[in-house]
Design a protein around this ligand. Structure first.
Ligand code: C2O
Ligand code: CU
Ligand code: CU
Length: 546
């Protein structure tokens, strides 16, 4: 494996050079800031890419993923004695039009759909899902065989599904090394024993997660409970998941995943597209009534973050974050989402009869709402209640231990190598994070890089204590954690239950976690998928309490 090259690409948490393929993408929306020092050389795609600025806006209806239906009942062999509803999610290749004026695109999806069917769960009503791999044996996108877990002796196509944000047993969580080849399946049990929340599912195969999700393997998983139901939030036709991700598309309609200029080591440090898919369509529209809607916003992108706003200049009313309802609704003109983060929002179209409203990222229109004229037979929607759910703050004093964990260690024994890791360890190093069941810990994420990383822990929900500036020099010289200013408590929209947190550059991001769940092995990782695939993921072990 071209080790030194990879180190180079990883160093300083590099972002892709801007612009990508300048000649082809002149009118593309702003690309992330270039870090010239670390920018990898990108290979030219072997055919021109679609310039999304040339695509007609709002000619396709926004797809609403189908709701999954159980196919029967079954006993789980590890939990005999009880038959549970059984869903089947078959992963296969299929063709879909991403836009009216593009040729059909080959995608991978669950049940022939990307996003896959929405799984609707109710609190304390467990069910089973059989995740079946019926994909072709050849991968749609370029594998880097030098990456850990994607070696040449493994089947190219491997998948394992994970429900992001679900508290499940260690054998049902989508352990990355449990990924299986076409022709196989796994039966997972979901207890749904947790608060209502906007969860989502996606692939998690070791070393190729970024490619499998880019190919289309993701979907929504909405967990409901009676407490939330009692709030009379918009539901039925007035509630929808909205999954956002960015892609590069070749003129023949096929997905293009960027590669380095080294065919033996095609991995790039972050894959950004220039076209945004909303539930699998480019620039779609949705007809709405002049009333309130509930949108479950989910960032399913590999690396892109969103800063969403409405052209109506009305605020989103944010009612929930990753792990469910906030204490009170918040009016927000902009909703920021890093990869894997969710925002549960209510948008009010009343009084906008006959008008259009665009969802924007920052100024680029992504989706158009077309507000119908009022139909007086329909009841107006009720306002969002002023109190949503009690979210008691977790006190730092309840923690039994604090772990100092670096994000993006940049040195080796000789002080010159640069690797993107967590806690300075590789995936295959012995487990270092081993919390005891039901104990409370503080994880202090010391970001050594120049970029924000969305850090996700499986199994648990947590709260953000603070983000606090620190002295990087003191850390690099002496491994001394020296704070240089007061901690900043999370803003209200980040003060609810989270499962993914933005670890900002130059900051120690401190989270507090109660490790509830079944003992066993789980993972935590950066949710920039290119980082996750290349060592920025670690196992953790939940130890049984004495
Ligand atoms: Cu969104 Cu490890 O997952
Ligand atoms: Cu997860
Ligand atoms: Cu990262």
């Amino acid at each position: 494996m071209s080790f030194s090259r990879r180190r180079f690409l990883l160093g300083a948490g590099g972002v892709l050079a801007a612009p990508l393929f300048p000649g082809l993408l002149r009118a593309a929306p702003a690309m992330p800031m270039a870090d010239k020092r670390m920018a990898p050389q990108l290979a030219q795609p072997n055919q021109p890419l679609v310039n999304p600025a040339t695509l007609a806006r709002f000619v396709d209806a926004l797809p609403l993923p189908p709701v999954a239906r159980p196919i029967g009942q079954r006993e789980h062999p590890a939990h005999p004695g009880r038959r549970l509803p059984l869903y089947r999610m078959e992963m296969r290749a299929f063709q879909a039009r991403l836009h009216r004026d593009l040729p059909p695109t080959t995608l991978w999806g669950y049940q022939g759909s990307s996003p896959g069917p929405t799984l609707e769960a109710r609190r304390d009503e467990p069910f089973l899902v059989e995740w079946a791999n019926a994909l072709p044996t050849h991968h749609l996108l370029p594998i880097d065989h030098g990456i850990h877990g994607a070696e040449k002796d493994r089947p190219d196509v491997r998948t394992v599904a994970h429900v992001h944000g679900a508290r499940v047993g260690p054998n049902d969580d989508g352990w990355p090394e449990d990924a299986f080849a076409p022709g196989h399946s796994l039966l997972y049990r979901y207890p749904n024993a947790q608060d209502a929340a906007t969860l989502w599912y996606h692939d998690h195969a070791m070393g190729i997660t970024r490619l499998n999700i880019y190919a289309g393997l993701y979907g929504a998983y909405l967990l409901r409970d009676p407490e939330e139901q009692a709030l009379a939030l918009p539901s039925g036709d007035y509630e929808l998941p909205l999954m956002l991700c960015d892609r590069l598309i070749a003129r023949d309609g096929q997905l293009y995943y960027p590669v380095s200029d080294d065919p033996a080591a095609p991995w790039v440090s972050e894959a950004y597209g220039n076209a945004t898919l909303c539930n699998g369509k480019l620039y779609p529209y949705l007809e709405v009534e002049p009333r309130r809607y509930r949108l479950r916003l989910i960032n399913a992108a590999n690396a892109r973050h969103y800063e969403l706003s409405l052209s109506s200049r009305r605020p989103f009313v944010q009612i929930g974050s990753d792990q469910g309802l906030l204490g009170t609704p918040l009016e927000r003109m902009r909703v920021e989402l890093y990869p894997a983060e969710r925002a549960d929002v209510v948008v009010d179209f009343s009084g906008l009869d006959g008008k259009t409203v665009e969802l924007r990222q920052p100024s680029e229109p992504l989706l158009q709402f077309r507000v119908r004229s009022r139909d007086n037979k329909r009841a107006a929607s009720v306002a969002v209640p002023a109190a949503l759910r009690a979210v008691p703050r977790m006190e730092a004093a309840t923690a039994v231990r604090e772990r100092i964990l670096t994000v993006g260690e940049m040195d080796d024994a000789n002080g010159n190598a640069m690797m993107m890791t967590l806690g300075g360890h590789h995936w295959s190093d012995p487990i270092t994070e081993d919390p005891v069941q039901d104990s409370v810990e503080i994880w202090s994420l010391v970001n050594l890089t120049g970029d924000a990383h969305p850090i996700h822990l499986h199994l648990v929900r947590f709260q953000i204590l603070e983000r606090r500036p620190y002295d990087l020099f003191a850390w690099n010289e002496r491994k001394e954690l020296k704070y240089t200013g007061p901690g900043q408590p999370p803003p209200p929209h980040e003060a609810g239950w989270k499962d993914t947190v933005r670890a900002d550059a130059d900051m120690v991001t401190r989270i507090i976690v109660r490790f509830e769940g079944e003992p066993g092995k789980y993972v935590w990782h950066c949710h920039l998928l290119e980082h996750e695939d290349n060592e920025m993921m670690r196992p953790f072990k939940l130890l049984p309490k004495a």
